[in-house]
Design a protein around this ligand. Structure first.
Ligand SMILES: C[S@@+](CC[C@H](N)C(=O)[O-])C[C@H]1O[C@@H](n2cnc3c(N)ncnc32)[C@H](O)[C@@H]1O
Length: 271
């Protein structure tokens, strides 16, 4: 199942900027693990609307250098609109082609909530290896595929799609997460295969709270830039969303709906 980069729009992009607190918090943990410091040269791959990037720009200071790349125009527009620093830029680009970045030029490269969307992960890691300075670090956060099937929104979504009328037309294994997500073991193997030395791997249980079922769907659509349920035939997608929303709403308590998910935090080094 392909990942579509043409389904994003201004509304999904600005919604993402508003509702991506969990990604921001995870990203801040990753940046701490990467020990980003003043003067560093940093590449943010899949920068989105630049929330985490703005935090990193404040850490590297005026002596640092920051480039954020993302394939989605609407997200880059928001990121540049909110950037106030001349030593930082957000531009269109994707993980598999870092040709605008010189060899051995980055102290830190990171992909926060991005690597599961990258189609050619081997090529992306080859490129990351090339642009890192010796001693430079790459940081990745991504969902732990081996733990995804019994958690949160995913469990409810899959249970709905196993019912009539979806079961004859939808293959659960075609979901983006199943097709492009990766297990912790696969991530370690990929990093090592690219010549990177894994320094730190941690799986954290991350809790997310949403006020309503509608908010869960809104988050899922914005964070997947329109790819939510793209393994469901178009003619059934709205009905599936409504059915999932109905099931999600049953989970709501007075504080809203809380879900857990397992996120991998990985740091690797180019020796
Ligand atoms: C969930 S958002 C994460 C955004 C941001 N990193 C954050 O922490 O909020 C996923 C981002 O990955 C980007 N993306 C998808 N495929 C990509 C690729 N092949 N290379 C780089 N970025 C990609 C999307 O455009 C989207 O902005």
């Amino acid at each position: 199942m392909a990942v579509h980069l043409t389904l994003d729009n201004e509304n999904l992009a600005s919604t993402y900027d508003e509702v991506s607190n969990t990604q921001f918090n995870n990203g801040s943990i990753l940046i701490q693990k990467l020990a980003v410091k003043p003067g560093d040269s940093v590449l943010d791959i899949g920068s989105g609307t630049g929330r985490l990037g703005r935090h990193v720009i404040s850490l590297i200071g005026q002596a640092g250098n920051f480039v954020g790349i993302d394939p989605l125009e609407e997200r880059i527009k928001i990121a540049n609109g909110k950037n106030e620093h001349a030593n930082a830029i957000f531009k269109l680009g994707n993980a598999e082609d870092l040709s605008s970045i010189p060899d051995n030029s980055c102290d830190v490269v990171y992909l926060n909530a991005v690597f599961h969307w990258v189609l050619n992960k081997e090529v992306a890691l080859q490129e990351i290896f090339r642009v890192l300075k010796p001693g430079g670090r790459v940081g990745i956060t991504t969902g732990a595929k081996e733990l995804s099937s019994f958690t949160g929104v995913r469990l409810i979504t899959d249970n709905v799609l196993k019912r009539e009328p979806y079961n004859k037309l939808v293959r659960l294994e075609d979901s983006t997460q199943n097709q492009h997500g990766l297990t912790t073991t696969e991530l370690i193997q990929l990093l090592a295969g690219a010549g990177l030395t894994v320094k730190d791997i941690e799986i954290k249980e991350i809790k997310r709270r949403y006020p309503t079922a509608r908010a869960v769907i809104r988050f899922s659509e914005a964070s997947s830039f329109g790819n939510f349920l793209n393994h469901v035939p178009k003619s059934l997608r709205d009905q599936a969303k409504a059915d999932i929303e109905f099931e999600l709403e049953k989970q709501r308590h007075k504080d809203g709906i809380t879900f857990s998910g397992f996120t991998i935090f990985a740091v690797a080094e180019k020796k």
